[in-house]
Design a protein around this ligand. Structure first.
Ligand SMILES: [Mn+2]
Length: 379
């Protein structure tokens, strides 16, 4: 998982200003989708069009290739994204510039002498690219929709709520598809999602991708992606306050972090708010290493928890503090102490004796053997 690139973060303001200047030079811009239109290109182009119109610049989105996937057809039709699918470009005299988004090359044979006002992308730039009045390519970003969402946050545009729902949802879907459903999401993607999810139609997204996670779990996974700490081969994420009914999300997020990264072990923790107002710390641990004694690790921290094989959990009561402590103060305190416990535990962790490892593996072998045995009997 990439860390936040502060250079990118700081540049969003400059980038946004340069982009606005480049757009404002013109009266009418052709937004050209190169190649087969994918959700990232469609979402970025649609959102770019709204930026143009907010600056009083006319634009049209045109693609010369049809949509192939059903889901892409659905997103375009259900959000009424005004992409024109054509065999040829219309009379290009009506435009005074063009823009290409989400493609490594901004060369478009069909536009003749038209000047390229804007080229935005997140792939290595292609050799046949031509000069653009404003060009920005950042390979550390996984989806162009993420960058556009951050530009929206920077511009704080005053857009009609329904129009914003359509734009945000298409960007959201662009981010999901370009990050393989967040499996390579970085903190930039996660920042972008956090901003646009408030405007997005999550139900529509869910119906398109059949997301395996609920909206609450998605939010917690996003927080963990954004705020994790990497310590040696461990990944540790404190995700703040969670209501009791969403507590399962901690374990799901610990699984998620382990399965989508190269770390050996993941720890996710939160403060759980119970209905009666009391609070406790809940932590979930996952590891790929069968020889780690997670049970011992947990019992060094608290007697209130335990582990088996690859997973463990513990809880710590906060009743004494939760009544009077300020929430932010309590969270910062809990996070700092928990991270220290885990780092110390990681450095002093015990490994299981060889015989214990074999008995663990042995369990698995005997289970496999019994399955085979069952088969023999059935045959
Ligand atoms: Mn893309």
């Amino acid at each position: 998982m990439c860390s936040v690139n502060s250079r990118n973060k700081m540049n969003i303001a400059n980038l946004t200003n340069s982009l606005i200047k480049a757009i404002k030079k013109h009266k009418s811009i052709l937004i050209f989708i190169k190649g087969s239109p994918d959700p990232d290109a469609i979402g970025s182009s649609f959102a770019f069009q709204a930026i143009c119109s907010s600056l009083g610049v006319k634009s049209e989105i045109i693609a010369l290739m049809e949509l192939s996937l059903n889901q892409n057809k659905m997103i375009v039709s259900s959000l009424s994204i005004p992409v024109q699918f054509r065999q040829n470009l219309p009379d290009i005299d009506k435009y005074d510039a063009y823009a290409v988004l989400d493609h490594p090359s901004n060369y478009v044979r069909e536009v003749g002498q038209l000047v390229c006002a804007v080229h935005l992308d997140h792939h290595a730039k292609s050799d046949d690219s031509v000069d653009a009045e404003f060009s920005f390519t950042e390979e550390s970003i996984n989806s162009l929709s993420s960058l556009i969402a951050l530009i929206y946050r920077e511009m704080n545009l005053n857009i009609d709520r329904e129009y914003m729902r359509r734009i945000a949802t298409s960007l959201y879907y662009g981010i999901l598809t370009d990050t393989d459903m967040l499996s390579h999401a970085t903190s930039i993607d996660s920042d972008a999602l956090e901003y646009i999810s408030a405007f997005s139609d999550i139900k529509l997204i869910e119906s398109l991708v059949a997301l395996p996670y609920s909206g609450e779990t998605m939010t917690i996974i996003q927080k963990a992606i954004r705020s994790n700490i990497v310590y040696k081969n461990w990944i540790i994420a404190g995700v703040g306050y969670i209501d009791e009914e969403n507590r399962d999300a901690i374990a799901i997020t610990a699984d998620y972090l382990l399965n989508n990264n190269d770390f050996s072990t993941s720890v996710v923790f939160a403060i759980i708010r119970k209905k009666d107002g009391s609070k406790f710390i809940d932590a979930s641990l996952r590891t790929k290493l069968i020889m780690l004694d997670l049970n011992h690790f947990i019992h060094e921290i608290t007697p209130n928890g335990g582990a088996r094989k690859y997973k463990g959990a513990y809880q710590v009561d906060l009743d004494y503090f939760s009544k009077y402590a300020d929430e932010e103060f309590l969270w910062n305190f809990v996070r700092s102490v928990t991270v220290s416990h885990i780092k110390h535990g990681r450095d002093t962790i015990k490994y299981l004796a060889v015989t214990d490892i074999f008995s663990r593996i042995g369990n698995r072998f005997s289970r496999i053997k019994s399955i085979f045995h069952q088969k023999d009997i059935n045959q």
